[in-house]
Design a protein around this ligand. Structure first.
Ligand code: NAD
Length: 391
C-alpha cells in the first residue's frame, strides 16, 4: 500500500461545476509526433470534467483506492504549517501540477524519507529540486505532450492579443466607450513581423507551425537543431545564440524549460539587445525572465507588450508587479490539464515509465529530462508563494 499526496488548485469560487459550457471535448487520437495519448486501462470520469481542482482529484481516487492505496488531496502547499508539509513524512508519492506547484525543495525532500516518486500532472518539473531528487534517487516523471498543443494555441492567442491591442480595446467596450483612436494607437498587423521562439521542442515547434500561415518571418534558437527537412518545411531560420535571434525579432516567444541555464535569461542586458517596441510572450516559466527587468522595459517602452500565464512564485502574491505593469496580457497559469493515471499504473505494476515522461530516474536526468534540463535546482525563492492570500 502506498500513500499518495496530491496537491491541486482550489475549486472554482462558485463551487465545483455541476454543468459545463460544452457537452463534449474534441480529442486527437495521437500527438503530432505519432506518440499515443496516455492510455490508462480504464478511466472513471467523463472526459471534459474539471479534474485539476481539489474535488476533481485528477480522477484518481477509485483507481487508487481499489488498489488499496491511500490518496490524500489538498490545495494547502505553502509554508511550514501547510497540509503538504504535515503529510510529507510518510508519503510514498507526491503528485503536483505546474499550475499550482508544490515546490519540492531540498528541505521538503529531506522531510519525506519514504518518498520514491514525484509526478508532475502536466509538463515542467522545475518546481522540484531536481538535484535533490537525483541525490536521493527519487524518480521524477511528467506527462510529456499532454498539453503542448494547448499551450501553443495560447501562445498564438497572446501574440495576436498583444500585437493587435485586443485587451485594452475590449476594455473600452466594457466601460461603455467607442474610443477607436485609443484602441488603434498601439495596434499593428502581425503579418511581415519577425517572430522567434526560444526553444523549438514540442511547444515551440507547434507554435512555429501555427504561425506559418500568418506570413511572418520565423526564427528559433535551441540547443538541439531541428531536422533540416523541418527547417525547410517551416522556412524557419536557426540562430546559434539567443542574442542573435532577439536582435532581429519583433516578437519573441519563450518555450524552453526553466533550469539553471535558463533562469533569468531575459534580464536587462538581453532585453536591451531586442528591437525597441518588441513583444515577449512567455508561457514557459516566469523565472526565465527577470521580474523587475520586464517591468522596467515595459515602462521605458523597450518592450511594447508582455504576456504569458506563468509567474514566479505561483500563486503570485497580490503585490506582484506583473499584475499592475503597463501593456501586459497576463493570466493565471491556465494552459493545460492532464491524465497521470498511466504513469501511476506503470509504477505500481513495476513496468517502465515511458521514456518521454521521465525527468529523473536512477539518480540522474533521464528521458525528457536528459534532453531538455540541466541538473541543479531552480526552486529558490519559492517560499514567497506563502504570501498569496486567497481572494
Ligand atoms: P520539450 O522538452 O519538448 O522542449 C523543450 C526544448 O527546450 C527542447 O528542444 C530543448 O532542447 C530546449 N532547451 C532546453 N534548454 C535550453 C536552452 N538553455 N536554450 C535553448 N533551448 C533550450 O518541452 P515542451 O513540451 O515544448 O515544453 C517546454 C516548456 O514549456 C516546459 O518545460 C514548461 O516549462 C513549459 N510549459 C508550460 C505550460 C503552461 O501551462 N504554461 C504547459 C506545458 C509546458
Amino acid at each position: 500500500m502506498a500513500k499518495i499526496v496530491c496537491v491541486l488548485y482550489d475549486d472554482p469560487v462558485d463551487g465545483y461545476p455541476k454543468a459545463y459550457a460544452r457537452d463534449e471535448v474534441a480529442q486527437p487520437k495521437r500527438y503530432p509526433d505519432g506518440q499515443t495519448l496516455p492510455s490508462p486501462k480504464a478511466i472513471d470520469f467523463k472526459p471534459g470534467t474539471l479534474l485539476g481542482s481539489v474535488s476533481g482529484e485528477l480522477g484518481l481516487r477509485k483507481f487508487l483506492e481499489s488498489n488499496d492505496h491511500q490518496l490524500m488531496v489538498t490545495s494547502s502547499k505553502d509554508g511550514a504549517d501547510s497540509v503538504l508539509d504535515q503529510e510529507l513524512p510518510d508519503a510514498d508519492i507526491v503528485i503536483s501540477q505546474p499550475f499550482w506547484p508544490a515546490y519540492m525543495t531540498r528541505e521538503r525532500i529531506a522531510k519525506a524519507s519514504k518518498l520514491r516518486l514525484i509526478v508532475t500532472a502536466g509538463i515542467g518539473s522545475d518546481h522540484i529540486d531536481l538535484q535533490a531528487a537525483i541525490d536521493r534517487n527519487i524518480t521524477v516523471a511528467e506527462v510529456t505532450y499532454c498539453n503542448s498543443i494547448s499551450v501553443s494555441e495560447h501562445v498564438v492567442m497572446m501574440i495576436l492579443a498583444l500585437v493587435r491591442n485586443y485587451i485594452p480595446s475590449y476594455e473600452w467596450v466594457v466601460t461603455g466607450g467607442w474610443n477607436i483612436a485609443d484602441c488603434v494607437a498601439r495596434s499593428y498587423d502581425l503579418e511581415a513581423m519577425q517572430v522567434g521562439t526560444v526553444a523549438a521542442g514540442l511547444i515551440g515547434s507547434a507554435v512555429l507551425r501555427r504561425l506559418k500561415p500568418f506570413d511572418v518571418g520565423l526564427h528559433y534558437f535551441d540547443r538541439h537543431r531541428l531536422p533540416e527537412s523541418v527547417e525547410r518545411e517551416l522556412n524557419v531560420t536557426y540562430h546559434p545564440s539567443v542574442e542573435s535571434m532577439v536582435e532581429v525579432c519583433d516578437v519573441v516567444t519563450i518555450n524552453c524549460p526553466l533550469h539553471p541555464e535558463t533562469e533569468h535569461l531575459f534580464n536587462d542586458a538581453l532585453i536591451a539587445k531586442m528591437k525597441r517596441g518588441s513583444y515577449i510572450v512567455n508561457t514557459a516559466r516566469g523565472k526565465i525572465c527577470d521580474r523587475d527587468a520586464i517591468v522596467r522595459a515595459l515602462e521605458s517602452g523597450q518592450l511594447a507588450g508582455y504576456a504569458g500565464d506563468v509567474w514566479f512564485p505561483q500563486p503570485a502574491p497580490v503585490d506582484h508587479p506583473w499584475r499592475s505593469m503597463p501593456h501586459h496580457g497576463m493570466t493565471p497559469h491556465i494552459s493545460g490539464t492532464s491524465l497521470t493515471a498511466q504513469t501511476l499504473e506503470c509504477w505500481f505494476e513495476n513496468r517502465p515509465i515511458r521514456d518521454e515522461y521521465l525527468i529523473v530516474s536512477a539518480g540522474k536526468l533521464a528521458g525528457a529530462g536528459a534532453h531538455s534540463y540541466s541538473a541543479g535546482d531552480a526552486t529558490s525563492g519559492s517560499e514567497e508563494a506563502v504570501r498569496f492570500k486567497k481572494g
